[in-house]
Every structure is written in structure tokens, then in C-alpha cells.
Design a protein around this ligand. Sequence first.
Ligand SMILES: *Cc1c(COP(=O)(O)O)cnc(C)c1O
Length: 476
Amino acid sequence: MDRGFDQRDVADFGDVLGRAAADPSLRASSIVPTKENDALLQALLQISFESPLDPGRVLDFLCLGFEHGQVHTRHPRYFGLLHTAPSEIASMAAALVAVFNPQLATRSHAPFAVDLEEHLVRALAHRFGYARENVEGTFTNGGAEANATALFLALSRAFPEWETRGVRAFSRDPKIYVSAEAHPTMARAARLAGLGTDAVRTIPVDATHRMKVSTLRETIANDRASNGTPLLIVATAGTTNSGAIDPLLDVASIAERASAWFHVDAAWGGLLALVPEQSRHLEGIARADSIAFDPHKTLSVPLGCGMFLTRRPGSLAKAFHDRAGYMPRKADRDPYARSMAWSRRFIGAPLFAELASLGWTGVAERLRTQLAMGELLKTRLREANFQVVNETPLPVACFVDRTRKGGDRGAFLGAVMREVVGSNAGWLSVTRLSNGAKVLRACVTNIHTDERDVERLVQALERARHIDASCKDSPA
Ligand SMILES: *Cc1c(COP(=O)(O)O)cnc(C)c1O
């Protein structure tokens, strides 16, 4: 036990943690950082680490910081960017992980944790339609890491000499295909892998923000004609902006014909696979060589929980194997030899706690509620004469105000957004779609959002649309 922090403090802190995890006053509290945060920053700058502070005060300080110094993504009226509200049991599991601190580089150090994660990988992969006996995967920090993992596997399959010769192994120019609404992490991965963003072909989207497959076909043909080779084709199942799902079946066929690695970025939209009557929206996903899925966006688990799944067993080890004198020689089940991370925490534990305590039916029930709140939000916005411009089964609305001239201009939308957020009626954002249009974006991100919250947001929007919008569009 640390000096100055005794058994009683630990018990007290357990209470604090429990109360924070199930905070009944959350709905009434500020969604965004409060003014107190300025005072906290001043107090922080006074802490020079020269002399020790009382541990109880240190934790109180952290709690104040959490309370006042963040956007509360777990707030029921956080209509934001895919961050969720961890359930009580998932938070508690994460706290247990921090206490026991199993080390997941090698299986020998944490056989229970490694077996449990493998079990979860198979269970989730099965929900996406992969055969249980023919999958492997790894937990990641999130979708960014999972998308980069797909690129490395595609490179290692297409160019066996890539491992030793790097980019010099390429006889032809490898190309990556994504939609204009795809997440930027794929282009980042291309940059970091030394391919450069010129290797990324951005395929335009149609009016529903889905990848235009005819253009995908043409672009591949043109690339082939000029020394390019299709390395990786990425379909997004649930774009971050508008929830669009690329035509997975068509993209699958194109990828198969082109012998390219087919990756589905289902970081967010993957949740549809867990709701039986919605899974048809992901038809074709099982034909993907790999899938990225983010439990930390769609299931109620804390941040830092992503998954990479593939139906190409052995490909992770092929891309990531390493040798170190102090590591076991036979490493086929060691996470360090099958992922970008080396030492890492037990990422899967909160997800396990969540799934095991709810069961698939419980999970589906919760997601259904979230989807229903998304539908209610879209309906109420339309009734209030906002124009919803996106089409998706996912609980996100992109919208503009058609009742007034200039109701779709960035400056107006920004002013409306600030007004709503400033009144604490809800957190929402303004985003720019790939066609250049600016829209308000509101997304149901957690299981606590209910009819009252949706109503309050829509009413605040109706009030805010009357603000003075003589404001000119700021230069984009
Ligand atoms: C959020 C998101 C990512 C990035 O995932 P992180 O978990 O933030 O690393 C990738 N793709 C899509 C579609 C996303 O929505």
C-alpha cells in the first residue's frame, strides 16, 4: 500500500467511484467544461511535484477536474461524436483491470486474459458472419489502430518481400481505395506506412453519401493501366459524418475480382450486426478479409476498446512477428506477436463484463432503444421543419434549416449550434460533408438518451433558429 493511503481511504474511494459510475444528477449537470476549469488550471500550475500532497486531496483534485474540465460524453444529451456512456459494470471491470494489471504481451503471463480475449474475438467475429473456427483478431486502442492493422496485413500478403525490403519490394504502385466520406485514419496509415497519401484513391459518394462503385471500378482500371495495383479496398459501414453504409456486396465483388484485400471499417456501424432485424444492412460484410469494430463507440465500454477481426488466420503473426531474447520462442498465441502493441492492458475485460451481464438479447435491446431514439430525433426534426439530409439506419441526423434563407450556411449553423450548446440543452456539432455542404449533426451516442432529451434538443433548436443570422459566412 502506498504511504499515506490506507485501507480506509481505499474503501472510501470505492464509494466515490461507485457513485460517479451511477451518477443520478448527470442529466441536470453541465455537458461542457465549466468556468471552474480555469481555477483548476491555476491550481494545477501550482503543483510542482516538489513536495508530496495528501493522496485524498490528489484524488479529489482529479475528480473536480473530471467534473468541470471535460465534455461529458456520457451525458444523456451529448448528441456527439460517437463516444459513449460506459455502463457501471464496464467501468468497474476497467477499474479492476487497473488494479490487477495483467500483462498481455505474452500468454504465459496472463493466460486467463488472453483466452478471454480470444473467446470474445470469436464471439464477435461470428456475429459478423465469420466462421468461428476460421478467424483471428486482436483488441486495439480503437478504429485507427484497427484500420492501420488492415493496411499492414494487406501489404504483407501482397508483397512477401515487404517485410525486409519495405517500399522497395513494390513491383507496381500499391493503391488504397476509400470513399470520400471514409475516416481519415486510413490515409494516415498510408502516410505512416511510407506509401504516402498519393497511394490513396478517394472515391466520390452518391447523394446518400455511399461510395460510387462505378467510379471505384473505373479508378481501379485506370490505375492498373498506369502501373498501379489494387492493394486494399476499404468500405465504410457507418461513416462518422452521416452513418452512410457503402454498398458492401458490390465492393466485395470488385475487391475479389481485383484480388485486393477487402477491409470494412465498421468502427461504428458494426453495431447493426448485434441487432438481428438490422443486420441485413451489413449484408456482404462477411466477405471482407478484415473488419474494424469499436466497442468503445457502440457498446457501453470505456475508451480504448477497439477490435480488428480477420478471416485470414496467420496473417497477424505474419505481419507482426518479432523476436526478443526475453520473449517466448513459440509465440503464436502471444498478443505482442500478433498486433501493433507490445505490453498492453487487458482491453477486453470491460467488454466481457458488458456482454456477459447483458447477453446478446440484452445488448440488442439497448441498441434498439438507441436506434429508436435516433428515429425519434429524425422525425421530430422533420416535424419542426428541419431538413434531414442523410439516410441511414444509424441514429445520426445531419440537417439544415429550410424555413429561412441562409438556413444552410455555415455561419448560421455555427451560431445555432453555439446557442444550443450554450444553453446546455444538448451538445451537437456542425460538420462538412464531402460534397462541401455544411450541416448540423446530432447523434444518439448512449443508452441514457430518452424522449425528454430528444425533445429538449429539438425545442432548443427551434428557439435557436430565430437568432440573428445576418452573420456572414466565415471563409471556410
Ligand atoms: C471513430 C472512427 C474511426 C477511428 O476510431 P478510433 O476508435 O477513434 O481510433 C475509424 N473509422 C470510423 C468509421 C470511425 O467512426
